[in-house]
Design a protein around this ligand. Structure first.
Ligand SMILES: [Zn+2]
Ligand SMILES: [Zn+2]
Length: 145
């Protein structure tokens, strides 16, 4: 069964050409907290062509620390589905909570725990970093699950 997901109103649906859930990580940075309106964001890093998308998307582009980030949202309900950034060409960052099977996701890493909400206790044995890991550390954490 392919992995699927959709926005809140289901005008936009997508599928992934794989039958296992992607590896996800939690970002506890204050930008993700504000943007999600929640305690942290659940993200999956995927190759840029990984999503087969149906439905109307709208785009919001902005600059952050000299890099351009392009956020893709449902054009009807404005659920933010994924983004690309000039900081990581060829990759997209999926908002993993939009996956149909999001309830089955377990983060393989926690980043920016410096700004983690204090009530949230992270499980033992899951790699975490107070700020951003190096690309090598991050790739290693995401590859073992
Ligand atoms: Zn929608
Ligand atoms: Zn973040």
């Amino acid at each position: 069964m392919p992995i699927t997901g959709h926005c809140h109103c289901a005008a936009v649906t997508y599928s992934l050409a794989q039958d296992t859930l992607p590896t996800v990580y939690a970002c506890h940075c204050t930008i993700c907290q504000r943007w999600s309106g929640s305690a942290f964001a659940l993200h999956a890093l995927l190759p840029e062509g990984a999503l087969r998308i149906t439905g109307p998307l709208t785009e919001y582009s902005h600059e952050h620390q000299g890099q351009v980030s392009n956020q893709r949202c449902c054009a009807v309900c404005h659920t933010r589905l994924f983004n690309t950034t000039s900081a990581a060409p060829g990759l997209l960052v999926l908002r993993a909570g939009t996956l149909t099977r999001a309830v089955d996701l377990v983060p393989a890493a926690h980043i920016w725990t410096h700004s983690k909400q204090t009530w949230l206790a992270l499980p033992d044995g899951v790699p975490s970093w107070p700020h951003s890991p190096t690309p090598e550390q991050f790739a290693s954490a995401l590859s073992k699950r």
